[in-house]
Design a protein around this ligand. Structure first.
Ligand SMILES: [Zn+2]
Length: 136
């Protein structure tokens, strides 16, 4: 099964999930903040199987390196650019938790969402320490 990336538009986190191709665009719940305001990020699915670099020779190997290199470079530039935009909003608002909105701009994460996240962390931490199960 291929890996897909999902972008959360509330907290800005990019998450990865292994899914059937048929389910690639099914709703995805952000593991960071629980929001379903997410969308599959357009990126090449993780290379696997027949495209294993170990099995490639000659021009196939060169193509593989070029494709992976270009993809990594593109992602890195994107990450740096987005981080700079987030930092600008942090400076401007004095808030630490910055989320990405559906229009691509950044804004402080709404207080209710932070509460939801903190509560989820506390619940998880409590369950871990006491060895109990989280019931939902
Ligand atoms: Zn999120």
């Amino acid at each position: 099964m291929p890996h897909y990336d999902y972008q959360c538009y509330d907290c800005g986190v990019l998450s990865e999930k292994r899914r059937n191709i048929a389910q690639a665009d099914d709703p995805f719940k952000c593991p960071e903040c629980g929001s379903e305001n997410t969308k599959r990020a357009i990126a090449a699915p993780a290379v696997q199987g027949s495209l294993d670099p170990q099995n490639l020779k000659g021009s196939g190997k060169a193509d593989f390196d070029r494709i992976v290199g270009r993809d990594a470079e593109r992602r890195w530039e994107h990450i740096n650019g987005e981080a700079a935009k987030k930092d600008a909003v942090r400076k401007e608002t004095g808030q630490q938790a910055i989320g990405r909105k559906s229009d691509g701009s950044y804004a402080p994460v709404p207080q209710e969402r932070l509460k939801y996240r903190d509560a989820a962390y506390k619940e998880f931490d409590h369950a871990r320490k006491t060895g109990t199960k989280i019931e939902h």
